[in-house]
Each structure stands twice: as structure tokens, then as C-alpha cells.
Design a protein around this ligand. Structure first.
Ligand code: 2YP
Length: 260
């Protein structure tokens, strides 16, 4: 019997978004819209001493928001509802390496690892990997060099050592991405509503700094995301390309798409 922690378990995880009267054919976009105004809360996955599957759709950060939307969208519908077991199974496959929970370091902390796992498991496709020619070499060390920022690393040299091994395995790999100066306000033909946008960063030791969902509004490519500034899930009121220009540590985007 699979056990998972259901904290503040809300029906939101299972009601396919058809809010604001917008019945988008795009299930990822529909589900993302259903999270609008959900509060931004960090560290919701770190509430337990032992690593367990946490489902908390009432408080999300940029990553858990995208994970819940993807898990909902991958789960088949039974009269408009997502089956609880399917949602949890898909969420576990999305969040943990090869879908196996085996302590803190089995969680896919780095988005590069999260993408590799999702592509390997047939959950997502790496659209920017296929469409972009610009590359960057991964150099991953942020968590092991900032253990004080992570509860499960602060007093655990064993976990830090495990993270170092994971970081070493990820580093040196080349990934393809779209530099921010190549993203127009109006978006690009190969970026669709509902695509997962990973914002790449030049912060030393980190690959990605933020996640969201692509949403074309009035001809401009915007982002539905859990905003730490606005403290809730919002649609950006500026174009994604402008968001990137406004942040010097943001270098571009990777684009992922749920596999139907
Ligand atoms: C991830 O951070 C954490 C996971 O440990 C955590 O910090 C890292 C490298 N990983 O399980 C997961 C869910 O809480 O969050 C995310 C973080 O973005 C925050 C959540 C946000 O913008 O809301 C992912 O890594 C996505 O972008 C980065 C960013 N972390 C840092 O900037 C250190």
C-alpha cells in the first residue's frame, strides 16, 4: 500500500481546471489556471523528518506548482475528476528519481535532474533540446556549498556527501537552451500554451532559478507561476522576455512539454 502524507489535501489537486469560464483545449494550461491565487509557500516538502510524498495543493512554490499541474494533466479523468491514486503515482514519478522515494537525496532537487528523469520516464519532452542550438555546460554545486539553506543538509554530512555525488554526475553535461536575447515579447511558434518554462541562471552552482507555465495573453508570451514576490500564483503582467531582461541573473529558458 503506497503511503503518502496528505497535508491540507485539497480537492484542487483533482478538479481539472475549468475556471474563469476558460475552457482551454490545453489541459496543462487549464490546470495551471485552476491554481490562480493559491498562496506561495516555500519548503512545503520539508515538513517531515523522513522523506515522504507530500501533496499540498493549497500552498505552492514555483516547483511544486508545476509538479502538481503536470501530475494532474498526466492523470486520466474519471467524470471530470482526477483519480487520487493516479495523481499520487504520477507525482511520485515526477518528483523522485525513477519514481522511487529513498531519502532526501532521491528527490530531484535540481531541475536538470528533474528534466532528465521526466524525459527518461516518458513524462515530458525537451522541446528546447530539439529546437535550440545554444548550449551551456552544467556546473552544479549550489546545495552542497550552501547546506545551511537546506534543513536536511544542515546537520547531515551524509546527505551533503550524497548531494555532492549527484552534483558531480550532473556537472559537465551540455544542455540546449534559448538565451534571453532570442526570446521576443510575442514568444515563438514552437513555444505552446501550457509548456513548462525553466528559467536558467548564472548563479554559481545552480542551473535553473525559477519555473512556470507558458501562457499567451493578448499576443505576448506571459508566465503563470507561483511568485515569491506576489506571494501567490499569478499570470505575469509583463512578457516573459521582459521578466528575463529585468533580472540580471536570469540567462534564458528551457522549454519542456508534457507527453500526451
Ligand atoms: C527547489 O528549488 C529545491 C528543492 O530542494 C525543492 O533549491 C534547489 C536547488 N532545489 O524540493 C523544490 C521544491 O520546494 O524547490 C527551486 C527554487 O525555486 C523556488 C522554489 C521558487 O522560485 O519558487 C528550483 O530550483 C527551481 O528553481 C530553483 C530555485 N532554487 C534556488 O534558487 C536555490
Amino acid at each position: 500500500m503506497k503511503t503518502f502524507t496528505t497535508i491540507l489535501f485539497s480537492a484542487l489537486c483533482f478538479t481539472v481546471g475549468n475556471v474563469h469560464g476558460q475552457d482551454h483545449k490545453n489541459v496543462m494550461l487549464n490546470n495551471a489556471i485552476s491554481f490562480m491565487d493559491v498562496p506561495y509557500v516555500a519548503h512545503t516538502l520539508d515538513v517531515n523528518d523522513n522523506e515522504e510524498l507530500v501533496i499540498n495543493c493549497d500552498e505552492v512554490d514555483c516547483t511544486t506548482f508545476v509538479e502538481y499541474v503536470l501530475a494532474m494533466s498526466l492523470s486520466p479523468l474519471e467524470d471530470g475528476q482526477v483519480a487520487e491514486g493516479d495523481f499520487a503515482n504520477n507525482l511520485q514519478k515526477i518528483r523522485y528519481r525513477d519514481g522511487k522515494i529513498d531519502g532526501y537525496t532521491s528527490r530531484l532537487h535540481y531541475i536538470a535532474d528533474w528534466i532528465n528523469n521526466g524525459v527518461r520516464d516518458g513524462l515530458i519532452q525537451d522541446i528546447s533540446g530539439a529546437r535550440c542550438t545554444d548550449t551551456q555546460k552544467l556546473s552544479i554545486s549550489y546545495m552542497s556549498t550552501h547546506p545551511q539553506l537546506y534543513k536536511q543538509l544542515t546537520n547531515s554530512p551524509g546527505n551533503v556527501a550524497k548531494m555532492k555525488k549527484i552534483e558531480k554526475a550532473l556537472s559537465g553535461k551540455e544542455i540546449r537552451y534559448l538565451p534571453k536575447d532570442k526570446l521576443p515579447n510575442e514568444g515563438l511558434p514552437w513555444i505552446n500554451d501550457g509548456d513548462i518554462i525553466a528559467i536558467t541562471t548564472n548563479t554559481p552552482g545552480l542551473d535553473v532559478a525559477h519555473l512556470g507555465i507558458a501562457f499567451y495573453v493578448d499576443g505576448k508570451l506571459s508566465l503563470i507561476h507561483a511568485s515569491s514576490k506576489e506571494k501567490k500564483v499569478v499570470v505575469s503582467n509583463i512578457a516573459l522576455s521582459q521578466m528575463l531582461k529585468n533580472n540580471n541573473s536570469w540567462t534564458g529558458i528551457r522549454v519542456l512539454r508534457m507527453k500526451q
